[in-house]
Design a protein around this ligand. Sequence first.
Ligand SMILES: Nc1ncnc2c1ncn2[C@@H]1O[C@H](COP(=O)(O)OP(=O)(O)O)[C@@H](O)[C@H]1O
Ligand SMILES: O=c1ccn([C@@H]2O[C@H](COP(=O)(O)OP(=O)(O)O)[C@@H](O)[C@H]2O)c(=O)[nH]1
Ligand SMILES: [Mg+2]
Length: 189
Amino acid sequence: MVIKYVISYGGPGSGKGTQCANIVQHFGYTHLSAGDLLRAEIKSGSENGTMIQNMIKEGKIVPSEVTIKLLQRAMQEDGNDKFLIDGFPRNEENRAAFEKVTGMEPAFVLFFDCPEEEMEKRLLSRNQGREDDNIETIRKRFKVFLESSLPVINHYDAKGKVRKIDAARPIEEVFESVKAIFGPKNEKS
Ligand SMILES: Nc1ncnc2c1ncn2[C@@H]1O[C@H](COP(=O)(O)OP(=O)(O)O)[C@@H](O)[C@H]1O
Ligand SMILES: O=c1ccn([C@@H]2O[C@H](COP(=O)(O)OP(=O)(O)O)[C@@H](O)[C@H]2O)c(=O)[nH]1
Ligand SMILES: [Mg+2]
C-alpha cells in the first residue's frame, strides 16, 4: 500500500485543527494531531508524561523521537493510506528526522496564515481547558513558531509544496480555499 500524507500547518490558533475536521469529512483522510497525541500520552500516565506536560506548559518543542514514535504508532494502527498530519514538524530537526525514519515527504503543506492578534484572540477564547492557552504561554508559543516553525515552511516552499491560505476569515470561507486545493476529484463519494 502506498501511503501519502499532507501537512496542516500554521501558528497556534490559526485554525489547523478546525479545518482538519472538515477535511476528514470531505476527503477521507485520517487526522493525526501531534499535539493531541502528546496530550493523550500525558493522560495515559506514560513515563514521558511529566516531561511532555512541562514542555507544553512552557510552549517548548517535545523531543522529536517522542513525537515521531506516537505518529508512527498511530499511522500503523490505522488502516488508511492517507494521513493529515496537524501541527508537525515543529522545527527543521523534527522534519528531517521524520523524513528519515519514514522515507516519505508530504504531498503538500497547507499553511493557515493568520495575524498574531487574531490567533491570540482565538486561543484566549478556545475554552478547552488547555494549560497552554494563557497569555504568558501563548507569547512563548508565538516566539517558538516564528523562530523554529517558520523555517519548516521555508523549506517546503523552496520545494513548491506550500499552499498558503488566508486563515483570518470565517471558518466556512477558509474551507472553500481548502477544498479548491484538494480538488473535486479527491472528494469522498
Ligand atoms: N476561521 C476561524 N474564525 C474564527 N474562529 C476560529 C476559526 N478557526 C478556528 N477558530 C476557533 O479558534 C480556536 C482555535 O482553533 P483550532 O482549530 O483549535 O486552532 P489550532 O489547531 O491551529 O491551534 C478554536 O476555538 C476554534 O473554534
Ligand atoms: O509536534 C509537536 C506538536 C506539538 N508540540 C507541543 O504541543 C503544544 C500544542 O501543540 P498543538 O499543535 O496542539 O497546539 P497549537 O499551538 O497549534 O494551538 C505545542 O506548543 C508544543 O509544546 C510539540 O512539542 N511537538
Ligand atoms: Mg490544534
